[in-house]
Design a protein around this ligand. Structure first.
Ligand code: PHE
Length: 386
């Protein structure tokens, strides 16, 4: 190969005789010149088809038009310049034709290669809006949270507002100020988690109910008071289908100058009908809490057997065990002794309080027979309540 050029795959080979003079190739007449150029041209046309992208195009261009050793330069140097005067005219004319062809084709190829690259880039970047989107898993509220919200909405609608309080309490708020002195036997019922609080000014415990917030609320504000207190509470209960060491309550407290037992039962009845449906009935039975007097236990007529105690399929209703009533929650008129702890005048104010167990209500309403599922976070359970 002449001129030390590195020939690549698409270079014309020396078959075309580019490295020799026409004389050396035995070309002596004008008639022999034309086929030589035709051969070069057909080689160009053949290679031309294989140029697919910009980098191939560049190599192709340099191979043919490169100033130092492109094919056209070789022809000029080896065929045209040394040609005999007889042949010079025809070689020059053929070379011009070939150059015009090569230059125009290479330019045309540049345009197609460039627009091809553009199209490919466009195709690569095109967003197909008809493709299904990526589904991201969005969580949902836990059933307990949903029931909290249901109950909160009901009490919002009759003028209650929400307050929240600490889950770590002092015995004073959890017991004493609720009229449960240290020797009182009900403390035994509340198997309390005491914290290891050596050196603290007062012992600390996980609240066993939301009732301490009755005290904290009344300490902070004068009547009228109408609040509910949603939150977590803790007792040292062994876990089974109806017990958990952590569960949820909503405390309610209404105190004003003229609140009667009728306001109390009317409020509870309104809530129960909103929650279980208008056809349920409520009743209350005497009960005992140190911080309410009188104290009651509210029952609802069984929403599952329409208060008949009988299952539709015969036998007794599995929800109320044939009793026709279901025990709901404890409540009562605030014991006047409690007002003494918060600086309210028991002669001037009256009120009621209730403590609703959320887990129990959720189980009842949604037919769940094991409280533990609320805490296991098994998505097969959670997904049933989106
Ligand atoms: N705090 C009581 C409990 O957890 C429930 C209750 C609240 C009773 C308010 C009466 C008034 O059992």
């Amino acid at each position: 190969m002449p001129f030390g050029v590195i020939y690549i795959a698409i270079m014309p080979t020396s078959d075309t005789g580019l490295d020799k003079t026409l004389a050396a190739l035995g070309v002596t007449e004008a008639a022999q010149v034309v086929p030589r150029f035709a051969q070069v041209r057909s080689q160009f046309d053949g290679q031309f088809q294989t140029v697919a992208d910009e980098s191939e195009w560049k190599i192709f261009r340099d191979t043919w038009l490169g100033r130092k050793s492109g094919v056209l330069t070789l022809i000029t140097d080896n065929w045209l310049k040394p040609a005999t005067p007889d042949l010079k005219r025809v070689v020059g004319q053929q070379l011009n034709e070939l150059r015009a062809h090569v230059e125009s084709q290479i330019e045309a190829r540049r345009l197609t290669v460039e627009s091809g690259a553009e199209e490919a880039a466009l195709a690569r970047d095109r967003v197909d809006l008809s493709l299904p989107g990526v589904l991201r898993l969005v969580g949902s509220h836990h059933l307990i949270r949903q029931v909290f919200q249901e109950i909160e909405d009901i009490f919002f609608s009759i003028g209650f507002s929400i307050v929240e309080g600490p889950e770590i309490e002092t015995p004073y708020y959890n017991f004493e100020a609720l009229n449960i002195p240290e020797f009182h036997p009900v403390r035994d019922d509340m198997d309390t988690f005491y914290l290891d609080s050596k050196g603290a000014a007062t012992p600390l415990l996980l609240r066993t109910h939301t009732s301490p917030m009755q005290i904290r609320t009344m300490e902070k504000q004068k009547p009228p008071v109408r609040v509910i207190v949603p939150g977590k509470v803790y007792r040292r209960d062994n876990p089974d289908a109806t017990h958990s060491f952590a569960f949820h309550q909503i405390e309610g407290l209404a105190v004003d100058t003229d609140i009667t037992f009728c306001d109390f039962t009317g409020t509870i009845e309104y809530f129960v009908k909103q929650f279980f449906g208008p056809s349920v009935k409520t009743r209350f039975r005497p009960s005992y809490f140190p911080f309410t007097e009188p104290s009651v236990e509210f029952d609802v007529s069984c929403p599952f057997c329409a208060g008949t105690g009988a299952a539709a399929t015969g036998g007794s209703c599995s929800k109320c065990k044939g009793a026709a009533w279901i025990e709901l929650f404890g409540a009562g008129m605030v014991d006047p002794a409690v007002y003494g702890f918060v600086g309210y005048d028991p002669k001037k104010v009256s009120g009621f309080a209730f403590g609703i167990g959320i887990d129990r209500l959720a189980m009842l309403k949604y037919g769940i027979d094991d409280i533990q599922v609320f805490f296991q976070n098994d998505v097969r359970f959670l997904r049933q309540f989106p």
